[in-house]
Design a protein around this ligand. Structure first.
Ligand code: HEC
Length: 429
């Protein structure tokens, strides 16, 4: 029951997070596009430019003022709640997924860090991240946007690397995303909104607006613009174990972030020059290269004569039943050549999977944390195991993100064994 409630809590909060996030980023993309596409050639008095657009069966005419209309409108629309609710729901989702189940999702498998310490580091990093960012933007570095950008990038990747030492891969990624998200919302709350309020106040009071605040708001809003695509990748990253599950996950994140910034830069500049047209194909090529370098190393199927282990499947299975699998299976792979050349019998593989995976991946999981098979992924029958061998390989051999938090303490020998069985064609009889 508790597992079922957590699932629906997760669903509700995640849904809100998506809805508000789309509203926020959608509006933000739209205004960047508007700004970039204003017709500035022949503006009316007091206007910076205008723009015609057709959408939803109607024609719109938008005008941007240099500063303000002669009389402030009664109803001026502000955009802020989308940002605030995206952040609040994001933090709530992090609580439900990572902090309610720290040993499963948050802490690196095998680490003995106390859950409270890990959670404190996670939450503390959000505060420290925004504070460091704020300090850097207001320092003399703030006057050199390119250098500032490079410093911020290095610091964020250093955070990713640090997290990867203590957190699970997916928690490491999500915390980098949460730091960036916190910076983005902090920018709205602490820099952009105050600048806009000061502007409106100055106009209403007929006084000169302070030029410092808008300049600050502009820098922060530029940063937000370039942060969006890396953050969006991080938000979907937990579907892709070959990224966060890699030993070099922080480096993969750095590469994807650079490609994402290139894509954003293309869309930011294409309205006025083709100078950065190369960034889009370069990013596509970069993704192909990343797919290549992150490919798992598969042991080549070997034609070598079948070794002793598989010629006596019955004996090996009997051993597994007698002894704990960890010790029983350490034997066949003690000599890697044997593991790779021999054909591990399915019965042995099956007993490993039943021991290490089906607590969760079953039609009726015995783990109290799940009321149904996670991701609908079941490994109860030989046929299910065979059909899903590629996924099993991706998640528990190539990357080792499964078992989640290595809660069932799968050993390297067992992973090697499953890898060898799959490399030999994943036969079940
Ligand atoms: C403690 C529970 C638990 C254990 C044990 C566990 N998993 Fe998972 N597994 C999950 C959860 C939860 C997901 C859902 C996806 C997510 O949150 O990343 C998942 C997702 C998967 C997926 C992705 C399925 C899909 O179609 O998206 C695969 C493959 C997988 N697990 C394989 C395994 C294998 C193989 C083992 C045993 C070696 C294993 N898991 C052990 C909890 C577990």
């Amino acid at each position: 029951m508790e597992a079922h409630l957590t699932e629906w809590l997760n669903l509700g909060i995640r849904w809100i997070h998506m809805i508000t996030g789309i509203a926020w980023i959608g509006a933000s993309f739209y205004f960047v596009w508007l700004e970039n596409n204003l017709n500035r050639s022949n503006p009316r008095d007091g206007l910076a430019g205008d723009l015609w657009a057709i959408h939803g069966g109607g024609i719109y005419h938008l005008e941007k003022y240099k500063l303000a209309p002669p009389k402030m409108p009664d109803n001026l629309h502000w955009f802020k709640w989308e940002a605030y609710f995206t952040w609040l729901s994001g933090i709530a989702l992090m609580l439900v997924v990572y902090y309610l189940n720290p040993s499963l999702y948050l802490i690196a498998p095998g680490s003995d860090m106390a859950p409270a310490v890990a959670i404190a580091i996670g939450l503390g990093s959000l505060v420290a991240g925004y504070a460091a960012y704020h300090f850097l933007c207001d320092s003399p570095l703030g006057k050199q946007p390119a250098l500032l950008g490079a410093v911020l990038f290095v610091l964020l990747i250093a955070a990713a690397w640090g997290f990867s030492l203590i957190f699970s891969g997916r928690a490491a990624y999500i915390h980098v995303g949460a730091i960036i998200g916190t910076i983005m919302v902090g920018n709205v709350f602490f820099a952009i909104m105050p600048a806009q309020r000061a502007l409106v106040k100055a106009i209403e009071e007929n006084s000169e607006p302070d030029p410092v605040l808008p300049a600050k708001g502009l820098l922060r809003s530029r940063h937000n613009n370039y942060f969006t695509l890396p953050v969006l990748f991080i938000m979907i990253s937990n579907h892709f174990p070959s990224t966060y599950g890699s030993q070099y996950n922080w480096l993969i994140l750095a590469s994807i972030a650079i490609l994402a910034v290139l894509v954003r830069h293309y869309f930011n500049t294409r309205h006025d020059s083709n100078r950065f047209a190369w960034t889009l194909p370069a990013a596509a090529l970069g993704m192909i290269c990343l797919a290549y370098v992150t490919a798992p190393l598969r042991p080549a199927p070997s034609a070598a004569p079948v070794a002793a282990v598989s010629s006596e499947p019955a004996a090996t299975v009997a051993k597994v039943e007698e002894v704990a699998p960890a010790t029983a299976l350490a034997e066949p792979s003690a000599d890697p050549a044997i593991t790779q050349a021999s054909e591990p019998p399915f019965a042995t593989v099956n007993s490993v999977i039943q021991e290490r995976c089906t607590v969760c991946h079953s039609a009726s999981p015995s783990s109290p944390m799940f009321s149904s098979a996670p991701a609908g992924f079941m490994l109860d029958t030989p046929q299910q195991i065979q059909q899903q061998a590629a996924k099993i390989h991706a998640q528990s051999v190539a990357s080792q993100v499964m078992p989640l938090g290595n809660i069932t303490q799968m050993t390297q020998e067992e992973r090697d064994l499953i890898g060898a069985w799959i490399a030999q064609g994943a036969q079940i009889n």
